[in-house]
Design a protein around this ligand. Structure first.
Ligand SMILES: Cc1ncc(COP(=O)(O)O)c(C=O)c1O
Length: 415
């Protein structure tokens, strides 16, 4: 029907569908949602206005969406063992904005991991609302280990005396010790916020320390390892903070909640509560560790020497002499999708960067296991060792097609 009404849009979507099916998706923050999540996010729930919260709405006719939001909230609480949750943030950035507004006044001091060391824009970048509204002070990973040095962090926190310490990252492949973060925050009288956006699925499966017992507020996206629709969530065990968060999200920074997305979140949380999800996340981490090992064997520099999560960061400048941007473009020519990324103590600008970030959530959803991962490592090496050889790139592109074909996606559209 869309084809007849809007051919341009239809064709653009078809091309994107084809790209998602035929390319090797290695962007660490992406995933393929289930057919159920797809159905629900494209449902009639998009029609409904529901400002407020279940039982306390500013619109009539909310009895069904109340049920949906309550389902999402109950499942999310169960998934992480949290007492209070808010499922309305439209994105991870919105969730972080709400968390800061709940704990801070403009100008308050905050500590966050520097962007070029793995932090996110909303952890204090000067162009983000976070860096504009609050007095952010960056902390950095250790130059040798490329990991967080907790003793140095403690020293820095004593000097800065922040009101809030933020942890969680966009490009940090190692596990984070939330318990230690809590001790450091408490020792300087600061709140602790954990942004678990990247590792939310790994945490849900019990394969990474759960931040809920240690953080005053936990925020996350729902669309990365957690494999739900695009969106944000906020969790806490503190009743007073929970009340403030609800006020800050609505009416503070948002209007009507996206009920189709909240329903999609409810489906994703149900999926994440199932046994299969643990098996999936175990495979995600196994695949990432293997990818790191196999790339190391092929002469690549893996930042921090490995991974504990779904993510592998390579410093290609160090081993191959070209930037992450060049690597991203050439891999793209072979239908291998990833993103350039700064590495700790990078001398390149973020738009060029010395590294690339790879992730296994999407290819694992596809069904890739150890055998396929070894081939993925080999294909990456073939391309990056031969960036000017068009024949090799074409040959890899064909191998990518052969590798992805036995793992079809989007069953729903085919039916
Ligand atoms: C750690 C972290 N926090 C927050 C976000 C922001 O999420 P969104 O893009 O939904 O605003 C991201 C997204 O990449 C992230 O990696």
């Amino acid at each position: 029907m869309l084809k007849e009404f809007d051919i341009e849009l239809y064709e653009a979507i078809e091309k994107e569908k084809n790209r998602q099916v035929t390319h090797l998706e290695l962007i660490a923050s992406e995933n393929y949602v289930s057919d159920h999540v797809l159905t629900v996010t494209g449902s009639i729930l998009t029609n409904k206005y529901a400002e407020g919260y279940p039982g306390r709405r500013y619109y009539g006719g909310c009895e069904n969406v109340d049920e949906i939001e309550d389902l999402a909230r109950a499942r999310l609480k169960k998934l992480y063992g949290a007492s209070y949750v808010n499922v309305q943030p439209h994105s991870g950035s919105q969730a972080n904005m709400a968390a800061y507004r709940a704990l801070l006044k403009n100008g308050d001091k905050v500590m966050g991991l520097a962007l070029d060391h793995g932090g996110h824009l909303t952890h204090g970048h000067s162009l983000s609302f976070s860096g504009i509204d609050y007095d952010f002070h960056s902390y950095y990973v250790d130059k040798e280990t490329e990991m967080i040095n907790y003793d140095e962090l403690e020293e820095l926190a004593k000097k800065i005396k922040p009101k809030l310490i933020v942890t969680g990252a966009s490009a940090y492949p190692r596990s984070i010790d939330f318990k230690r973060f809590n001790q450091i925050a408490r020792s300087v009288g600061a709140y602790l916020m954990v942004d678990m956006a990247h590792i939310a699925g790994v945490v849900a499966a019990g394969l990474h320390q759960n931040p809920i017992p240690y953080a005053d507020i936990v925020t996350s996206t729902t669309h990365k390892t957690l494999r739900g629709p695009r969106g944000g969530i906020i969790l806490t065990n503190n009743e007073d903070i929970a009340k403030t968060i609800d006020r800050v999200v609505f009416p503070g920074i948002q209007g009507g909640p996206l009920m189709h997305i909240i329903a999609g979140k409810a489906v994703a949380f149900k999926e994440a509560l199932e046994e299969d999800f643990i098996t999936y996340q175990k495979q995600v981490v196994t695949n990432a560790k293997l990818l790191a090992d196999e790339l190391q064997k092929r002469g690549f520099y893996v930042v921090t020497g490995g991974t504990d999560t779904h993510m592998v960061l390579l410093n290609v400048k160090k081993t191959h002499g070209f930037t992450g941007k060049v690597a991203e473009v050439v891999l793209g020519e072979a239908n291998i999708t990833c993103n350039k990324n700064t590495v700790p103590y990078d001398t390149e600008k973020p738009l060029l960067a010395s590294g690339i970030r790879l992730g296994t959530p999407a290819i694992t959803t596809r069904g890739f296991k150890e055998k396929e991962i070894i081939e993925v490592a080999e294909l990456i090496a073939r391309v990056l060792n031969n960036i000017n050889n068009k024949e090799v790139i074409l040959e890899v592109k064909e191998r990518v097609e052969a590798l992805t074909k036995p793992f079809p996606l989007f069953q729903l559209q085919k039916d």
